[in-house]
Design a protein around this ligand. Sequence first.
Ligand code: ZN
Length: 164
Amino acid sequence: MRIAKNSVVAFHYRVATADGEKVDESAGEPLTYLHGKSQIVPGLEEAMIGKQAGDKIRAEVSPEKAYGAHDNDLDLRVPLDAFPADARDKLEPGFQFMADHPSQEGAQVQYTVHKREGDEILISGNHPLAGQALIFDVEVVTVRAATADELSHGHAHGPGGHHH
Ligand code: ZN
């Protein structure tokens, strides 16, 4: 069976940046997803179409089809006193919080604290992999049709999927 809309696919993967730096990989269990629901990055989902169990593929995915282009408007320098006094101690590098998008009305962004500099902090609403081309090495393990339950829930069930 070949991967198409509404296939449930289990696959092993290793993903690296264009420089060859490892980003992530499936550890032990394969990752399972429901094809056609944007559960994996768009460029990888496109590369999976038509593949079948046992296929090994290498997908080179542009930033736009991975985690998006880097948006300089989301890299911000903010005075510490813009935050409530009791929150300031938490604003260490790596801390994440949701806040308004700087220019899109009503949109929320997840920001990560990068650095404290005196009375200011540098934060970024860019995904850590924004602006990066990614190379996925994938081995398709199983492909099956989604069940009616999975289609109504919009995700895969069973090993590597949702349990409930
Ligand atoms: Zn479910």
